[in-house]
Ligand binder design. Structure first.
Ligand code: ADQ
Length: 475
């Protein structure tokens, strides 16, 4: 075990990696299932780590015993930061999701900047920091995650915490011109500079940050620009800025997709396709994911290449997300209307162009769809990384899938050689890529998919985790 693996990891994220819910009279706590949880859980267990976050439930839940139960079941501990309904509204829904989220995804038109929300964001970040100080041990590695918690490091720094402070941004970092639209731009950049190590998904995000920071705060000195990281000097401290593309547990998807139950579910799906190709879209409901544009591109492909009619279907799976936010409700209505219109226009008695499913799928069903689909259509307008693209390739165990990928995803940096890259705003070009994927022969499919799978196998989530924690340890 290396030195840094001996130090306890203290992770801070908006949500705890757990689901607290009431079943009849009883409260239950179960482990969450996202990619971050899967990646971090083994390390957290090994070091009896600590994870701090919002439990996502009201104060009627008996949190003390539930958290103790979690620690016993999972081998690492949780500490909760409870939030009031007003705080959830202003810090989470308001500032995080209606200001930072659209701004960082280059969608200025969706931004709503409210001074009140900004103040609550700062207050909640301070409270997270407070909980960290109550639990941190002197030789912990402290690792804060994502855009909801940018301000935590600054408070910890003000309290003179001795531990290395790391921060990872899961979403893109915008170009300087866009970032300048934020009314509190200087404060936010200063808050980021309070960390010892800043991690971004791509080189482009990292450059955007360094250029933005040095244009807003001329006193910043860029000491060196290396392949792995940039070193900045600010207020007598050194800040290391790197990029660490997040990934998935390749082996878990690969072996999961080969399992008997997935194979059976995939066979069943295939039987019902009657020789048609299946093209898959899998996303959270979010306007950054480019789902309406994807539907329009598919419609255009059916118009332009009539030989596709009855021969290919788009299965679009959408997980409900942020359903109380009006922009998300509008998006849901747009998708319902578009799918209805396209199906009415092209559909035939035994064939629908679009199968649109608005719910979360269990693992077996998701893997079966990944494994069965001849094409994946992953076309976000902007995305920090996009794990769906990687999950699809890792599950394509027959090497016969084609990945159509937006050039504006972080994943395009690594997967660009094997995928068909598209600009999701270019409906015509995306329609052509759908046709190209449809007619692609087995040899080229195999060649491309092997490239993709090798890349993801080499750069899996364990490598991401190791490289970040090692860099943090040496900060
Ligand atoms: P997200 O915006 O949530 O993540 P993504 O990386 O694609 O985007 O992850 C979505 C996850 O949800 C995937 O693991 C996928 O399997 C799952 N999922 C989606 N639809 C599903 C369905 N219908 N049923 C079951 N599961 C479903 C943010 C950033 C990304 C970044 C990640 C990790 O926006 O850019 O890649 O964090 O850093």
């Amino acid at each position: 075990m290396s030195q840094e693996q001996k130090r306890r990891l203290l992770v801070v994220s908006n949500r705890l990696p757990a689901v607290v819910e009431r079943r009849g009279e009883e409260w239950q706590i179960t482990s969450g299932s996202g990619g971050l949880v899967t990646a971090l859980a083994p390390v957290m267990r090994q070091q009896q780590g600590l994870w701090i976050g919002w439990p996502g439930c009201g104060d009627e839940a008996p949190l003390g015993p539930l958290l103790a139960q979690f620690a016993q079941d999972n081998g690492y501990s949780l500490a909760a930061v409870p939030l009031s309904a007003d705080e959830v509204e202003k810090y989470y829904r308001g500032f995080s999701n209606e200001a930072l989220w659209p701004l960082f995804h280059d969608l200025l038109g969706f931004c709503r900047f409210s001074y009140d929300n900004w103040q609550v964001y700062l207050d909640v970040n301070r409270r997270f920091a407070q909980v960290v100080t109550e639990h941190a041990k002197a030789d912990d590695l402290i690792w804060v995650h994502d855009y909801q918690l940018i301000g935590v490091g600054e408070h910890l720094r003000a309290l003179q915490m001795p531990q290395p402070l790391g921060y990872f941004l899961h979403i893109p970092f915008p170009a300087p011109d866009l970032f300048r639209r934020l009314p509190w731009k200087d404060q936010l950049i200063r808050a980021l500079l309070a960390y010892d190590l800043l991690g971004f998904q791509t080189l482009r995000d990292r450059r955007n940050f360094v250029n933005t920071a040095s244009s807003l705060l001329p006193e910043i000195e860029v000491i060196s620009r290396k392949r792995q990281y940039d070193l900045l000097r600010f207020e007598g401290r050194t800040v290391r800025v790197g990029h660490f593309p997040i990934s998935i547990d390749f082996d878990e998807f690969d072996s999961g997709a080969r399992s008997k139950e997935v194979e059976d579910a995939a066979w069943y799906l295939h039987e019902n396709l009657h020789g048609r190709q299946l093209m898959l879209g899998v996303d959270r409901l979010d306007y950054t994911k480019g789902i309406p544009e994807r539907f329009l591109a598919f419609e255009r492909a059916l118009e332009k290449y009539p030989e596709l009619i009855t021969k290919i279907s788009l299965m679009q799976l959408v997980v409900p997300s942020r359903t109380l936010v009006p922009d998300y409700q509008n998006l849901k209505e747009t998708l319902d209307q578009l799918a209805g219109r396209i199906n009415a226009r092209f559909g035939e008695s035994m064939w629908n162009p679009i199968y649109y499913v608005f719910r979360s799928l269990d693992r077996t069903q998701l893997l079966a769809r990944y494994r069965t689909s001849e094409i994946a259509l992953v076309t976000p307008l902007r995305d920090g990384m996009n794990l769906v693209a990687k999950e699809y390739c890792a599950s394509s165990v027959e090497n016969n899938g084609v990945l159509i990928l937006s050039e504006f995803t972080g994943a395009a940096d690594q997967l660009g050689k094997g995928a068909l890259l598209v600009n999701p705003y270019d409906i015509e070009g995306t329609a052509d890529a759908i046709h190209q994927a449809y007619v692609m022969g087995p040899d080229e499919r195999r060649r491309r998919m092997k490239l993709l799978r090798n890349e993801i196998r080499r750069n899996d989530v364990h490598r991401w985790l190791n490289s970040f924690t090692q860099a943090l340890y040496s900060s």
